[in-house]
Write a protein that binds this ligand. Structure first.
Ligand SMILES: Nc1ncnc2c1ncn2[C@@H]1O[C@H](COP(=O)(O)OP(=O)(O)OP(=O)(O)O)[C@@H](O)[C@H]1O
Length: 285
């Protein structure tokens, strides 16, 4: 089945909101804080004055020890958690709750089991009143992009874990988000499937001009996918270091094997392992 015509992908519902004033960053997190209210008037500062940005077409990775606030930051960007102080802007506009301009992919499988792959991918478009023929074209395009063409009419229960995550990615992309927010999306997959998914994501980000903010625990995944690694330390979650990847955008290696032939990646891997040990031994550093 052919991809939808370019015009189908330029329909108003898929047009990305242009910023009121053009800004360099797609996502700007500026001194963001999150304080959770606990029982007995106690408070927990989970994220303290965190600032970073992600440019259009970049993959930004949030990396750091357990409890350093990675998911909380992602959830604030998603609008699922309020921001206690500071600000978060997407294309120059403040985040004020969840919205279709952000596509979410979680570690757990989130497809509707009673809908087929195509119905799952079409779901958001249907809710938003997109006519049947158009949403079918869009769904088919993204199902092809995640290489599930042969499984359009299958139900999620008939798919492997990796295939179900591909459905989640296609579903998120079909809604035309400005940024894809991914929380450990490949964490439940076996190592080989995980590699394949990482390579597929890199390919999709390039060809669909997508911007991504992803949480991971996995140093190799961060190295392979990132244009920028935001490394956090915990209690409270603060930025330890913002590390640009040795190669950016089109210059990044497209397979894991080729990444490990590049000495800067090996050096960076060692440096990140070292940082991980430091923050694990002394969270306050
Ligand atoms: N709803 C909540 N209420 C109170 N505390 C919370 C809440 N959500 C998260 N926290 C706390 O905020 C801190 C950061 O949690 P968060 O889940 O963001 O960390 P993380 O880096 O994503 O951890 P992990 O890597 O283990 O998933 C933790 O101390 C956690 O206990």
């Amino acid at each position: 089945m052919a991809s939808p015509s370019p015009t189908a992908l330029q329909k108003p519902h898929l047009q990305r909101t242009e910023p009121a004033n053009p800004v360099a960053e797609k996502l700007s997190v500026d001194k963001a804080c999150k304080i959770f209210q606990l029982k007995g008037r106690k408070q927990l500062c989970a994220v303290d004055s965190v600032s970073f940005n992600v440019q259009q077409n970049e993959i930004g990775i949030l990396l750091g020890p357990s409890g350093c606030g990675k998911s909380t930051i992602l959830r604030m960007v998603a609008g699922l958690e309020s921001i206690s102080a500071g600000k978060i802007l997407l294309s120059g506009h403040p985040i004020a709750g969840p919205g279709r301009d952000r596509g979410m992919v979680f570690q757990s499988y989130t497809s509707f089991p009673w809908l087929t792959v195509r119905e799952n991918v079409e779901y958001g478009l249907k809710v938003n009143g997109i006519p049947r023929a158009e949403r079918r074209d869009i769904a088919n395009h993204f199902i092809d992009r995640v290489r599930l063409t042969q499984f359009r009419d299958a139900y999620p229960g008939q798919l492997s874990g990796g295939m179900r995550q591909r459905v989640a990615i296609a579903r998120a992309l079909a809604n035309g988000p400005e940024i894809l927010l991914m929380d450990e999306p490949f964490g439940a997959l076996d190592p080989e499937t995980r590699w394949q998914m990482q390579e597929l994501l890199l390919d999709i980000v390039r060809t669909e001009n997508m911007t991504v903010l992803m949480v991971t625990h996995d140093v190799d995944e961060a190295l392979f996918l990132a244009d920028k690694i935001v490394f956090l330390s915990s209690h409270p979650g603060t930025i330890r270091e913002i590390i640009p990847a040795p190669r950016q955008g089109e210059a990044k290696p497209i397979t894991k094997e080729s990444m490990y032939e590049i000495s800067e990646y090996i050096d960076l891997q060692k440096r990140i392992m070292h940082l991980m040990r430091e923050v694990a031994h002394d969270p306050a550093r």
